[in-house]
Ligand binder design. Structure first.
Ligand SMILES: Nc1nc2c(ncn2[C@@H]2O[C@H](COP(=O)(O)OP(=O)(O)O)[C@@H](O)[C@H]2O)c(=O)[nH]1
Ligand SMILES: [Mg+2]
Length: 335
């Protein structure tokens, strides 16, 4: 197996070493010790595939990914996580296991959400590069080796995201403008352009991602979180344009619930990494408007300052104090 030396260098081991269990051995032994976060990775790539009720097309997706990876120079594992599907997904996956030597099946005992699956999958990955994608035939997964190659060719890039050129999801007319607004807020806060904030297809360096995994929420906004975590910490994120196909099966995305969580998560990330950037403009605006109104009141009402001027000013002061306190917490944090 020809391995590009540029990134993987001397630590590279092609395939599983004699001491590393094969995916089948790991699967057979559910008690196998998980890989310690930060432990040296033994493969080039881990593809994390969260599955929930995808019985009709998951095998087609696995075939497509395996074929592309088998034809690439990279050693890999395909970590398929069934999240307590209520259909026959797990059974279908178990039956397919002997056909795919690089597949590792991780069945969860109760449903925890795609974010939880991606977090645990990344923590337990053997690959130095982790790929996240969907199991619903939407993303061009045959291009995964291209994403991995991109990280090999660009050592300064830590994450490469598939930016969708077409939007084919459900609730298209509500979803497109909602996503656009959230993306604009995130861009303003991250201070950079983000062509696709919630793409499900991405490859990143596992070691760079480890400190941010604990921030991943259980649901869909985990993809947004990993992008913002990298961007807020000066890790370069690049984009490759991709097509996005119509979904097989039904989406688990619930518009109101998940859009609300997206917004909340974007604000949370900014608060976590850069609270002054969000709160200070709000505080300064309130303080300025309050002060101007107070001056107008002094002139107009003979030094009798109105309640709304006082309220505006005090609210601005409180938010400024909270912003400074939050900034202090961020700066005193050990990580
Ligand atoms: N592990 C896990 N995966 C899920 C869950 N819900 C959805 N997924 C998977 O996450 C991926 C994205 O979900 P999907 O319904 O396609 O969301 P969408 O792409 O935003 O429409 C798919 O591979 C789903 O099978 C869940 O509760 N747990
Ligand atoms: Mg999908």
């Amino acid at each position: 197996m020809a391995i590009p030396t540029k990134v993987f260098g001397e630590a590279m081991s092609a395939g599983y070493s004699s001491t590393t269990p094969t995916p089948q051995q790991r699967h057979a032994s559910q008690t196998a010790a998980p890989v310690e976060p930060g432990a040296p990775s033994q493969l080039d790539v881990t593809i994390v595939l969260p599955c929930y009720n995808e019985q009709l097309h998951v095998i087609q997706e696995i075939e497509r990914i395996s074929k592309a990876m088998d034809n690439s120079p990279f050693s890999y594992e395909l970590l398929v996580i069934d999240d307590k599907s209520t259909d026959d997904t797990l059974q279908v996956l178990r039956e397919a296991l002997p056909r795919f030597p690089h597949m590792r099946l991780m069945p969860f005992q109760r449903n925890g959400g795609s974010g939880t699956a991606r977090r645990i999958g990344t923590q337990e990955a053997y690959g130095r590069i982790v790929v996240w994608t969907d199991a619903d035939m939407t993303y061009p997964n045959e291009r995964i080796p291209e994403f991995v190659q991109y990280l090999c060719d660009n050592p300064q890039t830590d994450q490469v995201v598939g930016a969708r050129t077409t939007e084919q999801g459900s609730h298209k007319f509500l979803r497109v403008p909602a996503k656009w607004v959230i993306r604009k807020v995130a861009e303003m806060l991250a201070g950079t352009r983000i062509p696709d904030l919630n793409s499900g297809l991405r490859a990143f360096r596992r070691d760079v991602s480890l400190p941010y995994l604990r921030l991943l929420p259980p649901g869909f906004s985990c993809v947004t979180t990993i992008t913002l975590s990298f961007l807020s910490n000066q890790h370069t994120v690049d984009y490759l344009p991709i097509d996005y196909a119509k979904r097989s099966g039904t989406s688990k995305f619930k518009f109101v619930r998940d859009a609300y969580r997206y917004i909340l998560q974007v604000l949370r990330m900014v608060m976590y990494f850069n609270p002054l950037k969000v709160l200070m403009p709000v505080a300064l605006t309130l303080l300025t408007v309050g002060a101007v109104k107070a001056v107008v009141d002094v002139v107009r009402y003979n030094f009798r300052i109105t309640t709304n001027a006082t309220l505006l000013f005090i609210t601005g002061l409180i938010i400024a104090a909270v912003a400074l306190l939050a900034d202090l917490i961020v700066r005193s944090r050990a990580d």
